[in-house]
Design a protein around this ligand. Structure first.
Ligand SMILES: [Zn+2]
Ligand SMILES: [Zn+2]
Length: 767
């Protein structure tokens, strides 16, 4: 039988995931000669042997690839056989066209956990154990090709044992770049708030102090966390007070699935998300009643008044050891004050967290890129991301349409991300934070530079929001030599949902959120669009009201109650409304401010309607974080209640559909005055808005012939509204697109912007 030699190129996430040892082992098993190596384009292979065996090799290459590999393309070309024997690993080649995809950080694998617990293993209880299938990646990579000198492990010279494993193609640590052991790798230290090392075993010391009620900063994979005993009310309360975080729920880390099950209800989708190698925080429904006296042993102030709890499982060996030593769940929250970016560099962390943490459990492996924990929940058996960061970034999102030119999409403001795109890939960044201060802004601009280098993207087209005051917009406008592409905020939401689903539209797009800049100079946020990737027209929106005091109305939902009650009743506003009574000294003044048209921008925001109803029902008059009142209104609603308030949906004088928000407000007030329990009112409000949205989509669908609706925007993080809207649309034969790869909130905006910019670029090129 004739000898053939084939050159194979493998593209995708194929570096840092054990691909070369896999190829080496496969070739060895089949008795093929040749070589394998990394270059900036991925992995290259040459195999020589019987034609039939080479065929088997090619089939197994895709079918048996390592668990973390994502193969996007395999191309094979034939070469002249050389007759050389043996199979070799070729040195990495730098330069060239950097198509390589850097893998996200990955949770400790079962093999490493077994060694971690094995007293006979040389890495017994070593907090930095990892292998080709697990460990740090994105957060330690400084450059590509992905090799040890291009990571933050460069400074740790391998000992003879580690070097042997690293160099042995039969070893499961063959070419695992972060490979290390107690003899040669990073080590832990426990420091007091002044940076002075404590005596004894750092891990045992940290665990003991946590059990005693201390707040301990823990250096993790993508940054510092703040930890406290989740069962201790004083410890969690102290953490809240020092972090200046009033009510926003904390996430907890539990040792294993069994512990998670004791706290929360888990279905198969939830279990799969909790145990996935990405290890996100999963929002779960609590078993016990939330609040003081909750039976689950979690302190009330972990997630005050919340029926959900954010839970994650350990994802580094350090976390596994810490949870075992503490013996019960711990709060694990971002190491920052208030809304600043998470701390990830050592001297900076000590300084910034010095007033919060009593102790610091640190190590000497530098973090190059910070990455916050990701947050997901289940919807319809699928994953619905709320924050896509550690474990996800920088894995590219494959899109069915190529970008003719490289694109940078600068994102919006809150929950900021940016996105680079080229070829058929969108590289959505990790979570940057709320782009409102210098620290976050710097983290955005540095992130852009890092991604550009890693993925060799040189943007010619730069997409941005239309809001002139967003720092992301200002950044875009200051760039030289690029083509700018302004993308309306809610069009970007709908485009993000389209791109998330790999579709191009046109669809009826529903974008409900807090606010976004409208091209007519008003603030949008309750929008019905007819949209494809390239463009949109506004087909309808929620009835508009003023925001008395502008930004003050976002922080104080009672102001939105005043505006909505005025819109609903005018001079005939019922007397003795509790919300008016609570603010009687300023009520008339705020109503007048809304009517005056000064310092009272007009908005169609759905988020602000939720705020208003929350205030009317006495849920909350002022918020400590964006969306808080709406979250609590959802918590209040009785999910078993099927009734819905009727809402008028009809074209206004301008021909655009109006969803009558005032109808909802009038119904809420009427039922409140007759003593209907608030949980029923909250539910009927949700159901009414969902029904109105369905009716509006039907109307636009009839007019345009479009049978698909895309739901996006931060308001659709509300599970009750999302469920009811999807159910109503589907019951009427309408196809519904929701999010499963990027968040519906503003973190998904940058993907939408990139998709729009790419579509317009293709249109210009006539493709
Ligand atoms: Zn491993
Ligand atoms: Zn070693």
């Amino acid at each position: 039988m004739g000898l053939t030699r084939t050159r194979v190129r493998v593209e995708g996430i194929v570096q840092g995931v054990g691909f070369r040892p896999f190829v080496h082992a496969l070739a060895g098993r089949l008795g093929l000669a040749g070589l394998v190596g990394n270059d900036a384009g991925g992995v290259f292979v040459e195999v020589e042997g019987a034609a039939e065996t080479v065929e088997r090799f090619l089939a197994a290459l895709a079918a048996e690839a390592p668990p973390l590999a994502v193969i996007e393309r395999v191309t094979a070309t034939s070469l002249e056989p050389t007759g050389a024997a043996g199979f070799a690993i070729a040195p990495s080649l730098a330069g060239g066209d950097r198509q390589t995809l850097v893998s996200p950080d990955t949770a400790t694998c079962a093999d490493c956990l077994r060694e971690l617990a094995d007293p006979a293993d040389r890495r017994f209880r070593y907090p930095f154990i990892n292998c080709t299938n697990c460990g740090p990646r994105f957060t330690i990579v400084r450059d590509v090709p992905y090799d040890r000198p291009a990571t933050t492990m460069a400074a740790f010279e391998m000992c003879a044992d580690c070097a042997r494993e690293y160099g042995d193609p039969a070893d499961r640590r063959f070419h695992a770049q972060p490979v290390c052991c107690p003899a040669c790798g990073p080590s832990l230290a426990l420091l007091d708030a002044g940076g002075v090392a404590a005596g004894g075993d750092p891990l045992a010391g940290a665990a003991a102090r946590l059990r005693d009620g201390a707040v301990v900063a823990v250096k993790g994979l993508g940054g510092y966390h703040l930890a406290a005993d989740a069962a201790s009310e004083p410890a969690v309360a102290a953490l809240r007070a020092r972090k200046h975080r009033e009510d926003k729920p904390f996430a907890v880390m539990v040792a294993d699935l069994a512990s998670a099950r004791r706290l929360c209800e888990l279905g198969p989708a939830e279990e799969a998300m909790l145990t996935s190698p990405r290890r996100p925080i999963v929002l779960l429904r609590r078993r016990g009643p939330a609040g003081p006296g909750a039976a689950d042993g979690v302190a009330a102030s972990v997630a005050p008044g919340n029926r959900s709890l954010g839970v994650m499982l350990p994802y580094t060996p350090l976390h596994h050891l810490l949870l075992e030593a503490v013996g019960r769940p711990i709060v694990l929250t971002s190491g920052n004050v208030s809304d600043e970016p998470i701390a990830y560099q050592d001297p900076e962390a000590l300084e910034r967290l010095g007033g919060i943490a009593d102790w610091f459990l640190v190590h000497d492996r530098p973090i190059h890129m910070r990455a916050d924990d990701s947050v997901v929940r289940a919807f319809g058996g699928r994953e619905l991301p709320l924050r896509r960061s550690r474990g996800f970034a920088p894995q590219p999102l494959g899109l069915p349409w190529p970008f003719p030119r490289h694109v940078l999409a600068c994102g919006a403001e809150l929950k900021h991300t940016f996105c680079l795109a080229k070829g058929g890939h969108a590289f959505l960044s990790h979570h940057i934070g709320d782009l409102e201060n210098y620290e976050t802004y710097r983290s955005f601009t540095e992130g852009v530079e890092h991604f550009r280098r890693l993925f060799d993207v040189d943007p010619e087209v730069v997409a941005h929001d239309l809001h002139p005051e967003y720092l992301s917009t200002k950044y875009a406008l200051e760039l030289d030599g690029v083509e700018l592409e302004g993308v309306q905020h809610h069009h970007a939401h709908v485009a993000a949902c389209l791109a998330d689903n790999g579709e191009a539209g046109p669809v009826v797009g529903v974008a409900f959120d807090g606010l976004g800049f409208g091209p007519d100079g008003t603030i949008w946020g309750g929008e019905l669009l007819v949209a494809d990737l390239e463009g949109f027209r506004r087909a309808g929106h929620l009835e508009q009201v003023p925001m008395p005091g502008g930004a003050a109305a976002i922080k104080e939902p009672w102001r939105m109650a005043a505006a909505w009650l005025d819109a609903a009743f005018g001079a005939g506003m019922p007397e003795r409304l509790a919300v008016a009574g609570r603010h009687r000294d300023r009520w008339e003044q705020v109503v007048a401010l809304g009517r005056s048209g000064t310092a009272a921008p007009v908005t169609s925001s759905a988020g602000r309607l939720f705020d208003a109803v929350a205030a009317i029902l006495g849920v909350r008059d002022a918020v400590n974080y964006e969306g808080q009142a709406a979250v609590e209104l959802e918590q209040l609603a009785d999910p078993a209640e099927p009734a819905a308030y009727p809402v008028r949906v009809a074209p206004a004088g301008d021909g655009l559909l109006r969803l009558g928000g005032a109808d909802l407000v009038r119904a809420v007030v009427a039922e409140l005055s007759t003593g209907v329990p608030p949980p029923l009112i909250a539910a009927r409000f949700h159901n009414g808005l969902a029904a109105a949205t369905v009716a509006a989509c039907q109307a636009v669908g009839q007019e345009t012939g479009l049978g698909t609706v895309a739901l996006s925007g931060g308001v659709f993080q509300n599970m009750l509204l999302l469920e009811r809207t999807v159910a109503g649309l589907e019951a009427n034969g309408i196809r519904v697109l929701t999010h499963s790869r990027v968040p519906p909130n503003d973190a998904g905006i940058s993907l939408g912007q990139a998709a729009v910019a790419g579509a317009r670029d293709r249109a210009r090129e006539g493709r």
